[in-house]
Design a protein around this ligand. Structure first.
Ligand SMILES: Cc1cc2nc3c(=O)[nH]c(=O)nc-3n(C[C@H](O)[C@H](O)[C@H](O)COP(=O)(O)OP(=O)(O)OC[C@H]3O[C@@H](n4cnc5c(N)ncnc54)[C@H](O)[C@@H]3O)c2cc1C
Length: 200
């Protein structure tokens, strides 16, 4: 089993900065993607080369534009997410790198959207690949479990009912059909159906 697991490929990890700002930004939508200058090179660095990129493609989440009650009056909440290599590809000390990378990402948002971001921050924290590993037990800090390659998808993904050991079931992002909330809910339904079937 260990040899089989070693051959699996895992999806990248994420570096996430949550922050609260003084002020409101009606012009920044609930979901936004800030594309960086590179596309394939960036993905190669994250997926294959295990390089922590200096350029970013960022997802920016801004829930207070939809529901202002998510922050005190006159304040806004955001999170920004940057895909980064998992810890198998890039085994660095995130306690050291985290604050540096956080500043780089906030600087980028400052340059592109909110020029005085650093003066407006009232609270913030960041979540690293290391945190995915220690907090959530995510193997290698991978944020989306097994990479959805053809050879790790559909029938080739972890089966919801074990093929060998009786009464052993699997559920969640690493199983069929895959990661993401709709996939995970789908896997829970599929696993529950199999369990009910086995109970007759
Ligand atoms: C920042 C971010 C943004 C995302 N955005 C989206 C999005 O917009 N849309 C979307 O569809 N998906 C999104 N996803 C992906 C989605 O959140 C995941 O695919 C999904 O939550 C995985 O569900 P899961 O139940 O498999 O695992 P998890 O939600 O990780 O749950 C596993 C749980 O098991 C616990 N656990 C681990 N080991 C043990 C143990 N030994 N004993 C007891 N408990 C244990 C963990 O603490 C955790 O609570 C996002 C993910 C991240 C990280």
């Amino acid at each position: 089993v260990t040899d089989k697991l070693k051959k699996k490929k895992y999806s990248p990890s994420l570096f996430v900065v949550h922050f609260g700002l003084k002020g409101s930004w009606p012009g920044i939508p609930h979901h936004m993607i800030l594309l960086g200058p590179r596309y394939k090179g960036l993905l190669d660095d994250i997926y294959d080369n295990g390089v922590l990129p200096n350029d970013f493609s960022l997802y920016l989440h801004h829930p207070t534009v939809t529901d202002p009650e998510m922050a005190p009056e006159g304040y806004s909440t955001f999170y920004v997410l940057a895909p980064v290599p998992h810890q198998g590809k890039l085994p660095i000390d995130w306690d050291e790198m985290g604050p540096i990378y956080k500043k780089r990402i906030l600087d980028e948002i400052g340059q592109r959207l909110i020029p005085d971001i650093h003066e407006r921050i009232v609270t913030s924290f960041h979540y690293t690949p290391q945190d995915f590993g220690t907090d959530l037990n995510a193997h290698l800090g991978s944020a989306f479990s097994l990479e959805p390659l053809l050879t790790q998808s559909a029938w080739f993904r972890v089966h919801n009912r074990d093929d060998v050991i009786e009464n052993l079931y699997f559920v969640g992002a690493g199983t069929h059909p895959g990661a993401g909330i709709p996939g995970v809910v789908g896997s829970a339904k599929a696993t529950a159906e199999l369990m009910i079937e086995d109970m007759g």
